[in-house]
Design a protein around this ligand. Structure first.
Ligand code: MN
Length: 515
């Protein structure tokens, strides 16, 4: 591999998933992992196998099913963790064990209750054990940026002796500054190893808004792997945002001495949209690269400039990140063939989805809103891919509301195949719908968050609703899309109830921390 190649290590499914409100179920993780493979990431950190049965299953399934990227599982330094990680990864084709231990004084003293010499022993033992299973072993010194530099040199040297092939330098708490971090990476490469056999990696957090800047500074010092997440989700303020790193390297290629990633940039926007849809959290409009306004030129003088030459105010094109997609694509007269063709262009295999169901919903949608955009079609397919077992199913809904009446919702549903119906009054139409659904399903969850968003622009745009529900300490996110936001609201609520129903049989997740 060229020494200019920067590997993208995606941890959306591990660090990202640990963030509040970002948990995903098994099916969702698999759908996202497949998209990450399409996006061209080099490594997918699929989970922390010992953390929970759900994490274990996700790593196992993704290692079995997803081809292309290296599939990685996280493990603390203990034997149990490493054995469990390997158990999850063993059926994969290209796999990596990622093991870590903290090396800062505060973490060693107050968390691990181990002295520095003891931690060194752990590093050697953990990496050796992992290496016994797998040729590809990554070692992380947790809280590296608050660790003593000379001690870090000893730690990484020990990891190399034990067989580590990637040395990760995490800014676990988002504390470092770009220049300081660049110096640290340079120091480590000088004193640990400048050999091409060892790859330095960085893992930055955004507590001070510097995760991308720090990662880029590290690349200038020779780091050749960046750990990051789609939309920058992650613990606290989040991780380094994948799309920002990929586009910075692409846009400023010369400044980075020709360094580049293997990211298929045209897949960036769909990846961002898919993640938002799964976790029900949209990115802020001003978010770099993937925000709604990232390519909108509002000021007259700017518009004038862009019209005569796009390069006056545009350093990258929306098309390069897959955002040229908002043109009219299909209408009510489009047939099966046209839809199948468009699905293929969007990267979906019509054979692998329930095409007839998608076609039926596409026709309904085309009737309701005339113009159907790529984003609408993507939303339909994703909706189908993410459906869980439908214990609760919406049959019909009717809502009366306005200034003259008390909002009233009549809802017909099937519960485990049995038809039920009720009507309820509410403070508003959504409240009335939710009260009716709650009564029919006899559920006791609490609504923590309700969010509605338009998928595309225009008066006839589809509404996309995301809700967060909590029951007995378990939180789930439900989504629904429709041209009628009350129908979308009902779908989202029922989707979340189905996920809660499914969760009851699979247990809850516990977090063990991480780097
Ligand atoms: Mn992290």
């Amino acid at each position: 591999m060229s020494d200019k190649r920067v590997l993208i290590f995606d941890t959306t499914l591990r660090d990202g998933e640990q963030a509040p409100g970002c948990s995903m179920n098994l099916e969702e993780k698999l759908v996202l992992a497949r998209q990450l493979a399409k996006l061209g990431v080099d490594v997918i950190e699929a989970g922390f196998p010992i953390a929970s049965d759900g994490d274990f299953e996700a790593v196992r399934l993704i290692a079995q099913e997803v081809r292309g990227p290296i599939i990685c599982g996280l493990a603390r330094s203990s034997t149990g963790d490493i054995d469990r990680a390997w158990e999850a990864l063993r059926d994969g084709e290209r796999t990596r064990i990622h093991t870590f231990i903290a090396t800062s004084e505060i973490h060693m003293r107050d968390k691990l209750k181990m002295g520095p010499e003891r931690v060194l022993e752990e590093v050697g033992r953990a990496v050796e054990r992992a290496r016994g299973y797998c040729e590809d072993v990554e070692f992380s010194a947790e809280d590296a940026t608050r660790s003593d530099w000379d001690y870090l040199v000893r730690v990484y040297k020990r990891a190399i002796e034990a067989g580590a092939t990637t040395l990760n330098v995490p800014d676990t708490v988002g504390y470092t500054m770009p220049q300081e971090f660049a110096e640290l990476i340079r120091y480590l490469r000088q004193h640990v190893s400048s050999s091409d056999d060892v790859r330095f990696s960085v893992h930055c957090h955004d507590d001070l808004g510097l995760s991308v800047a720090n990662s880029l500074a590290a690349i200038r010092s020779g780091a050749r792997q960046v750990e990051c997440t789609v939309n920058g989700i992650g613990e606290r303020a989040g991780n380094t945002s994948m799309e920002e790193v990929a586009m910075a390297l692409k846009t400023r290629c010369e400044y980075f001495d020709g360094c580049d990633t293997g990211i298929v940039t045209k897949e960036i926007y769909s990846s961002s949209r898919l993640l938002s849809q799964i976790i029900g959290i949209t990115v802020p409009p001003n978010k770099a690269v993937v925000g709604d306004n990232a390519f909108a030129h509002e000021a007259g003088i700017h518009q004038h400039g862009v019209l005569s030459n796009r390069l006056t105010y545009e350093i990258m094109t929306p098309e390069s990140v897959g955002r040229g997609a908002t043109e009219l694509v299909l209408g009510k007269h489009s047939g099966r063939h046209a839809l199948a063709e468009r699905l293929r262009e969007l990267g979906f295999d019509p054979e692998k989805i329930d095409f007839e169901a998608i076609f039926k919903r596409f026709k309904e949608l085309a009737d309701a809103k005339k113009t159907v955009y790529n984003e609408d079609i993507e939303a339909l397919v994703t909706d189908q891919l993410l459906r869980v077992g439908e214990h609760y199913k919406l049959d019909n809904i009717s809502v009366v509301c306005g200034t003259f009446v008390t909002p009233t919702a009549t809802v017909e549903m099937s519960v485990d195949g049995e038809a039920r119906k009720t009507a309820k009054l509410g403070d508003g139409p959504v409240d009335a719908v939710y009260k009716a659904i709650t009564e029919i399903t006899q559920t006791k969850s609490r609504l923590l968050r309700y969010h509605v968003n338009a998928i595309t622009s225009g008066m006839d745009a589809q509404g996309e609703v995301a809700v967060t529900l909590e029951e007995d300490g378990v939180r789930v996110i439900g989504q629904g899309a429709d041209t009628d936001i009350l129908v979308a609201s009902a779908r989202a609520y029922i989707h979340a109830l189905n996920k809660l129903y499914q969760r009851r049989s699979t247990g809850t997740l516990t977090s063990l921390g991480g780097i």
